[in-house]
Ligand binder design. Structure first.
Ligand SMILES: Cc1cc2nc3c(=O)[nH]c(=O)nc-3n(C[C@H](O)[C@H](O)[C@H](O)COP(=O)(O)OP(=O)(O)OC[C@H]3O[C@@H](n4cnc5c(N)ncnc54)[C@H](O)[C@@H]3O)c2cc1C
Length: 298
């Protein structure tokens, strides 16, 4: 079972502050908060029509290092020591410094994936032009999603390549099986997409408000939202959703997030894999295995 990231972490850094260790002098330049990095195009395609785009990023590995050392008024001490510090923080579950590295993503996914996603409360969400396709509205985590109350939704539906049957061992899970009539399942879904979208259009033409017409649309409809999350929350998301226990579709999104995360925070990523990741995912497990073989963590 993949363990979710621990919450026990704040004590040490706060104690340093209380202990009056903070200097009243100006901090050295490398402790200043970094500026957000605007990213034009960092997109990973997911499923048939979805994507994960990294659109803004701040902090990174060095942001974590600076946050962890702020109580000493110091910042980076060079790659070897910084990587070691990050490994130490993760290994000993001192997780608050990772909250200073921030990612903003633009996500396009089917509504049923978004519903699972929005359960992750530690992050901010912005729903695009149809507010959860108008089928639900997120709360608490500041989700921003497209609003079907204000715009007409496009006919973009997720169509799985392969239909899966219930998993024989894990009741919640599913598995590919030759027993399923793929062609039939596919045709049924196509029919439903066409019919529901046609009814949606007819309701609009009959003068029904968009916020009501959307009620006939299925969970396979694509929606879009912005999601801003810190590295700590991302690691929790990856630990839970890249694992084989999660639904296959959200696993694909978690893997896309993983790619972008590993690119932007390679030291944190290697420590996450080494000390936190215990899940089942061929790609992540292979990366972890490779890391353990070369023992690259200082
Ligand atoms: C495989 C799988 C199956 C699932 N099945 C179901 C299901 O059948 N039914 C269902 O309802 N949900 C289900 N979920 C959703 C799951 O229960 C979580 O709601 C979701 O994964 C979000 O996880 P989280 O709370 O760790 O994330 P976040 O909400 O982002 O929280 C991150 C961490 O912050 C801390 N935290 C956040 N809020 C609080 C709080 N209020 N109090 C204390 N600590 C807090 C916790 O340590 C938490 O782990 C499933 C999830 C997975 C991965």
């Amino acid at each position: 079972m993949t363990k979710s990231l621990p919450r026990r972490q704040a004590g040490k850094i706060q104690n340093h502050r209380r202990g009056g260790g903070m200097s009243t002098q100006q901090p050295p330049p490398n402790t200043l908060a970094p500026q957000p990095e605007l990213i034009a195009e960092k997109e990973v395609q997911v499923l048939d029509l979805g994507f994960v785009r990294l659109i803004e990023f701040m902090g990174g590995d060095l942001g974590v290092v600076r946050a962890a050392r702020v109580s000493y008024g110091t910042g980076s001490k060079g790659e070897e020591k910084d990587r070691k510090l990050i490994a130490y923080l993760i290994k000993h579950e001192h997780m608050t410094p990772f909250e200073h590295a921030i990612f903003k993503f633009h996500i396009k996914c089917p509504i049923f994936v978004a519903r699972q996603w929005f359960r992750h409360r530690i992050g901010s969400y912005e729903l695009g032009s149809f507010e959860g396709s108008g089928l639900f509205e997120a709360s608490g985590s500041g989700i921003n999603e497209i609003s079907g109350r204000y715009v007409e939704v496009p006919d973009e539906f997720y169509v799985p390549n392969t239909w899966r049957a219930p998993d024989s061992k894990n009741k919640q899970g599913s598995q590919a099986t030759p027993q399923l009539d793929q062609k039939k399942c596919h045709a049924l879904m196509e029919k439903h997409h066409q019919q529901s979208f046609s009814i949606y259009r007819q309701l609009l033409e009959a003068g029904v408000a968009r916020e009501m017409a959307r009620m006939v649309l299925p969970l396979s409809l694509y929606t879009q939202f912005y999601w801003t999350a810190n590295a700590r929350s991302l690691m929790n998301f990856i630990a839970l959703r890249a694992d084989a226990a999660a639904q296959w579709e959200i696993q694909q999104y978690a893997e896309a997030i993983t790619d972008l995360f590993a690119q932007k925070m390679p030291w944190t990523w290697e420590s996450f894999l080494s000390f936190v990741w215990e899940g089942s995912n061929p790609n992540l497990n292979a990366q972890k295995q490779k890391l353990l073989e070369i023992s690259s963590i200082p």
